[in-house]
Design a protein around this ligand. Structure first.
Ligand code: CAO
Length: 416
C-alpha cells in the first residue's frame, strides 16, 4: 500500500529537536525526507550526550528516523548549486536555523520562491517575525519560559519550573507539521507554495491556553477555585503555580501509594469528577459521604479537598499504584499510575501499538524510540534507522543528474 505522503520531497534543513521532530513525522507518513547536513559534523545532536563512542547519539537517532542524509556545505558555491537543483524539484523545505541564517546563506524566502514558486518553506524560530525578541536564538527551556509554561508550572513555594515534555521543541515541530500539510492541501488548490512559520513561544502558549483562561478569570473575580490556594491561601494578580491541581473543572492530585517512602514514583493521579462522586465514595468504602452535605457537592468539598485527598491516601497506603488503579477503574474513576520511563519502555501495550519501537541500527545495534503517536486504519508507519552522516550523498546527487566523476569532484571540494 502506498503511503499518503509518498511522492512529496522534503529538504530537511533542520537540526536539534524542533525541526527534526517535524520532518521525522512526515517521513513516517511516506515523504522522501533528505536531511542536508554540514560535511564532517552534521546535526550537532549526532555528538551530543553519546552513550556509545563513535556511534550517533540517541538524541539524533530518535529524531531522524526514516530520513536520508546528504552532506553539503551550502555556504560554498558548489554546495549552493546542488541545493538550488534540489530546491527546484522539492515540495517543501523545512529549516530551524537561528534568525537570519538562511538569508545569510543566500536563500531568503524571495529567492526560494523565485527558484520554485510551488515550494512550501517552513520555518521554526524562537519568536515570531516582528516580535521584539525575534533576533534571539532559542532552545526548549527558553521557549517554556517565554510561552508561559514555566511561570505556571511547579509549586507555589518554589521557582518557575520546566516540564520534561518538549513543549518548546517537539511540540513546535508538530505545529509546523500541521502547517506544512495545510499548505500542501492549499497548493493543490492554488498551485502556489507559501511560507509557513511557527514560533516556539507561540506553540508553548497554545498549549498553555487554559492558563490565559485563568488569568482572565483571576482579573475578573480575584481567585481561582480549582487552585490549591483557594479558599485558604492568597492570590496575587497573576496566575499562580498550582502544583498538581487539575486544570479543568474537576479537582485532582498526585497521591501516595504503598511504597512511596522508598519509591519516588509510587503514586497515582486521582481525579474527582463531580458526577462520579458516588462511585468514588463506594470505592473508598465511605458510602456515608455520598449524601453528607459537607461532601455532596463540588462546592462543599473544595474547602476541605486536601482532607479528602488525605483520606484517599490512607485508603491507598496498602495498595501499589497498579493495584489501586485496577480497583478504581472498576468504579469509572479517571486515574493512572505515575509511570517511569523504564516502565513505559517495557510496557507490552505500547510495544504492541507501535508507540515504543525497537529499531535496528548498523552502528549502535538496536535502540528504542517513540514511534508514531498517530494511528491510522490504513497506514502503519514503519520506523527505520536514522541515516549515518552523508549515507545518501551519492544517491541524492546521482538522482539530481550528477555523473560519477562530478560526484567525486564535488565530494573532494566539499571535503565530505
Ligand atoms: N553548510 C554550511 N553552513 C551551514 C550548514 C551547511 N550544511 N548548515 C547550517 N549551516 C550554518 C548556517 O548557515 C549558520 O551559519 P551563520 O550563523 O554563519 O549564518 C550556522 O550554520 C547555524 O547557525 P544556527 O544559528 O542555526 O546554530 P546555533 O548552533 O548557533 O544555534 C539554535 C542553534 C537551535 C539556538 C538556533 O538554530 C535557533 O535558534 N533556531 C531556531 C529555534 C529552534 O529551532 N530552536 C530549537 C532547537 S531544538 O532545542
Amino acid at each position: 500500500m502506498s503511503k499518503p505522503l509518498e511522492g512529496i520531497k522534503i529538504i530537511d534543513f533542520t537540526h536539534v529537536q524542533a525541526g527534526p521532530a517535524c520532518t521525522q513525522l512526515l517521513a513516517w507518513f511516506g515523504a522522501d525526507v533528505i536531511k542536508v547536513e554540514r560535511p564532517g559534523s552534521g546535526d550537532v545532536t549526532r555528538n551530543q550526550l553519546r552513550d556509545i563512542p563513535d556511534a550517533d547519539a540517541l538524541y539524533f537517532t530518535m529524531l531522524n528516523s526514516n530520513k536520508k542524509s546528504l552532506t553539503l556545505d551550502t555556504k560554498k558555491p558548489e554546495g549552493k548549486e546542488v541545493l538550488e537543483k534540489l530546491i527546484r524539484e522539492s515540495d517543501v523545505l523545512v529549516e530551524n536555523f537561528g534568525p537570519g541564517a538562511l538569508d545569510r546563506m543566500g536563500f531568503s524566502w524571495e529567492r526560494l520562491n523565485e527558484l520554485n514558486p510551488k515550494m512550501i518553506v517552513a520555518s521554526v524560530k524562537g519568536f515570531s517575525d516582528g516580535h521584539h525578541y525575534d533576533d534571539l536564538k532559542v532552545y526548549e527551556n527558553v521557549a517554556q519560559c517565554a510561552g508561559g509554561a514555566a511561570s505556571t508550572t511547579g509549586f507555589w513555594d518554589g521557582p518557575p519550573t520546566i516540564s520534561a515534555a518538549a513543549l518548546g521543541d517537539s511540540n513546535t515541530g508538530m505545529h509546523l507539521a500541521i502547517g506544512i500539510l495545510t499548505a500542501l492541501i492549499g497548493r493543490d488548490k492554488t498551485g502556489k507554495g507559501q511560507k509557513v512559520a511557527v514560533s516556539m513561544q507561540d506553540s508553548v502558549l497554545n498549549l498553555c491556553r487554559v492558563k490565559l483562561r485563568d488569568q482572565q478569570r483571576l482579573d475578573r473575580v480575584g481567585y481561582l477555585e480549582e487552585y490549591p490556594q483557594y479558599p485558604h491561601g492568597e492570590f496575587s494578580d497573576v496566575v499562580p503555580r498550582g502544583g498538581n491541581a487539575g486544570g479543568g473543572g474537576q479537582p485532582g492530585w498526585i497521591l501516595k501509594c504503598k511504597g512511596w517512602e522508598t519509591d519516588p514514583n509510587a503514586y497515582i493521579y486521582f481525579t474527582i469528577q463531580g458526577h462520579a462522586w458516588a462511585p468514588i465514595c463506594k470505592a473508598l468504602g465511605k458510602p456515608e459521604w455520598i449524601d453528607d452535605p459537607a461532601y455532596k457537592t463540588a462546592e462543599a468539598r473544595q474547602p476541605h479537598i486536601f482532607d479528602i485527598f488525605a483520606t484517599i491516601e490512607e485508603w491507598l497506603a496498602d495498595k501499589t499504584k497498579f493495584e489501586a488503579v485496577d480497583i478504581l477503574r472498576k468504579f469509572d474513576i479517571p486515574c493512572a499510575p505515575v509511570l517511569t520511563m523504564k516502565e513505559l519502555a517495557n510496557d507490552p501495550s505500547l510495544r504492541a501499538s507501535g508507540t515504543i519501537v525497537e529499531v535496528p541500527h548498523s552502528v549502535r545495534g538496536s535502540y528504542l524510540t517513540v514511534g508514531s503517536p498517530i494511528k491510522f486504519s490504513d497506514l502503519k508507519p514503519e520506523v527505520t534507522a536514522s541515516p549515518l552522516l552523508g549515507e545518501h550523498t551519492e544517491e541524492v546527487l546521482a538522482s539530481l543528474g550528477y555523473s560519477q566523476q562530478e560526484i567525486f569532484n564535488l565530494k573532494e571540494i566539499q571535503a565530505v
